[in-house]
Ligand binder design. Structure first.
Ligand code: ASP
Length: 408
């Protein structure tokens, strides 16, 4: 037992992943067993991480804002963050369209005759998302875990505390205590990650065996390939150009959030781990980490954008529909909006894909082609979504001189 605890956590997680894959393949003809007996370990782990999200984001953001010396700084950080998120998302979708045009994942795929009518949930309207951002009842926002509303309320409460100066001391200490306690709880929960990973991966592999995946192998490979290209190209360049951090050290330190994102398929679920990692291992200040990351987990979805771009072209190619440049530009715009509106939870991206298809008149029932194995796409797009947020937090922290290089 002693020896096992000496293996560094990231390696334990990799071992868990391998065991999960092997066990999943072994249980390929009995997925019900994996779903009944192994999945619960994954669910317990996921719920443990989720339990930290709201108190962690709320307390850290209140403390982060009240620690800022100048409230104007908040506007500047907000604007820079938003611009970074938008540019990287547009780049992600552009790269994905370029590769999907070259690699043509849809050619050679025969449209199945019995394609089921797919029921698509109505995507939320963009304007509603915008109007909803102000929490009429902040406690409701906290109870429901509405991240954008929580961000707005925390920013306001933090600014309020900032304005009453000395009088805020007790409340500040209270939130600071909660925030530190949540980080410590996250660390403790992560010790269970290897078992959680087995519980999450085994049922996915058992349910999506080679038989289900093989016909769609080309589009899966293209989505994975473009996601990796975007991560290595856009994020490496951002780190290299905008910070003094070594690119290799950035990816090494991002290892744990990457694996948690891959196995949980949830940016929101990965939040506690990414907040802890950027603060403790990368040296990003609390105010930047607690603002940039929760915002990113809600509105910045580069991986989802890549997936939607490739899948839109895949569906067009399967149906033999040619999309001209003008239509592809519309895809760039709608995908950018769709990825803002996508929630950081498993399976959200496929709902928003409907909006992208509709914008250029592609058949919505085409979603049925990829929806069955959505989890396989979701894992990689969530990794990229989370990496994009982490990259932004490091870049913004450097630009604000709030990146502690002694931690590197
Ligand atoms: N699961 C993704 C995330 O949490 C969202 C999506 O479904 O694309 O980032």
């Amino acid at each position: 037992m002693k020896k096992i605890t000496k293996i560094p956590l990231p390696f334990q997680i990799i071992i868990g992943l391998f065991i999960g894959v092997i066990l999943g393949l072994y249980l390929g003809n009995n997925p019900a067993f994996a779903n009944t007996y192994i999945k619960p370990f994954g669910i317990v782990f996921l719920n443990l991480i989720k339990l930290v999200i709201v108190p962690l984001v709320f307390s850290s953001l209140v403390v982060g804002v009240s620690e800022l010396k100048d409230i104007k700084k908040l506007g500047k950080i907000g604007l820079k963050t938003f611009i970074f998120y938008m540019i990287t998302t547009i780049l992600a979708i552009t790269i994905s369209l370029i590769f999907a045009n070259i690699l043509k994942p849809g050619t050679g795929f025969n449209l199945p005759a019995n394609l089921s009518e797919i029921k698509v949930n109505q995507a939320p309207k963009f304007i509603d998302t915008l109007l909803n951002i102000i929490p009429a009842n902040p406690l409701k926002a906290l109870v429901e875990g509405n991240m954008l509303q929580i961000i707005i309320f925390s920013l306001l409460l933090g600014s309020g505390l900032l304005s009453i100066k000395e009088k805020s001391k007790t409340v500040f200490a209270f939130f600071d205590g909660i925030s530190n306690a949540m980080i410590s709880i996250t660390n403790a929960i992560m010790k269970l990650a290897p078992i959680g990973v087995i519980g999450l991966i085994t049922p996915v592999v058992a349910t999506n065996g080679p038989k289900v995946l093989l016909p769609l192998l080309k589009v899966i490979l293209v989505v994975y390939f473009v996601c990796i290209v975007h991560a290595l190209f856009t994020y490496s360049i951002s780190i290299k150009v905008f910070t003094k951090m070594k690119v290799s050290s950035f990816f090494k330190k991002a290892f744990t959030p990457i694996f948690v994102a891959f196995t949980t398929s949830s940016s929101a679920g990965t939040l506690p781990v990414s907040i802890e990692t950027v603060q403790t291992d990368m040296g990003v200040s609390k105010s930047i980490a607690s603002f940039v990351l929760p915002l990113g987990a809600t509105i910045n979805m580069d991986g989802t954008a890549v997936y939607q771009g490739v899948c839109a072209l895949f569906i067009a190619q399967v149906y033999g529909i040619d999309l001209n440049v003008y239509q592809q530009i519309i895809i760039v715009l709608t995908t950018t909006l769709a990825s803002i509106g996508t929630a950081g939870v498993p399976g959200a991206g496929v709902i928003m894909l409907a909006m992208v298809l509709q914008s250029v008149g592609l058949p919505i029932e085409g979603i049925a082609l990829v929806a069955g194995i959505d989890r396989i796409f979701d894992m990689i797009r969530t990794v990229v979504n989370v990496l994009g947020d982490i990259t932004c937090s490091v870049v913004i922290a450097h630009s604000e001189k709030e990146l502690d290089y002694t931690k590197h």
